[in-house]
Design a protein around this ligand. Structure first.
Ligand SMILES: [Zn+2]
Length: 239
């Protein structure tokens, strides 16, 4: 019976290890999802910034092209000025030229403002891109760590399963059933040590007669309070 108790204690340890490993494993996908989400947001922000800058560059090119058209018109208007015959036509041409010059001037101003904005945004983007590369490196390292943790937890779980399989065949089926039943009812802990007259599962005193019987380890005995299987732990009772 003593061997069965030792076996059961070992099996319970394995069960607890499996539970701990599974709990750790369960947190990993959530951690990975959080990392992915945070990285995606950083990436989106930098992409928005790039798109914004591209938009400004496009606007800048459009204004440059408008200015070129405006300058062509102005040049042609000035050429025509040399060909007009009447004073009235001359005045009309001057007005047209003035209007064209004003329009070109507005475009030029807009181009200067755009140029400053582009310059500013380009500088900011360069800084943010460097920061983003750092974010990416951290993300990739953390993501790799999660994958490694997952693999190492899987390895540890397989190891525990192999140990469990090697032991469980030696456990008496009736004792196994009893163990499983108590385990479900008592939060995973079905077998506990008796230490200094106390059940280490519920911390209640063990009746002296039961405590004496435990030392002889002739049968499976349970705590009258929490119903867990009790065992006498060598060296833990000061004897
Ligand atoms: Zn108890």
């Amino acid at each position: 019976m003593k061997d069965q108790i030792t076996l059961l204690v070992d099996i319970q340890k394995i069960d607890q290890n499996v539970r701990t490993l599974n709990n750790r494993k369960q947190t990993l996908p959530e951690k990975a999802a959080e990392l992915d989400q945070s990285f995606r947001l950083s990436k989106e922000r930098i992409e928005e910034e790039r798109t914004g800058l591209e938009g400004l560059n496009k606007l800048h090119r459009e204004r440059e092209s408008e200015l070129k058209t405006g300058q062509d018109r102005l040049r042609k208007a000035k050429e025509r000025l040399l060909e007009v015959k009447t004073n009235k036509e001359y005045q009309a041409m001057l007005t047209e030229i003035e209007t064209l010059e004003q329009a070109n001037g507005r475009i030029e101003e807009e181009i200067l403002v755009l140029y400053d904005r582009i310059d500013e945004r380009r500088g900011a983007l360069r800084v943010h891109e460097r920061e983003f590369e750092q974010v990416r490196a951290t993300f990739e390292a953390e993501r790799k760590k999660i994958d490694e943790d997952m693999a190492s937890l899987d390895g540890a779980l397989q190891e525990q399963k192999a140990r469990f399989d090697a032991l469980i065949g030696n456990l008496e089926p009736s004792l196994r059933r009893r163990y499983e039943m108590i385990k479900v009812r008592r939060n995973g802990i079905a077998i506990v040590a008796a230490r200094k007259g106390i059940c280490s599962g519920c911390n209640m005193n063990i009746p002296p007669q039961l405590y004496n019987e435990l030392q002889r380890s002739e049968q499976i005995l349970c705590c009258p309070n929490c119903n867990r299987i009790l065992y006498w732990e060598e060296g833990a009772n000061g004897e």
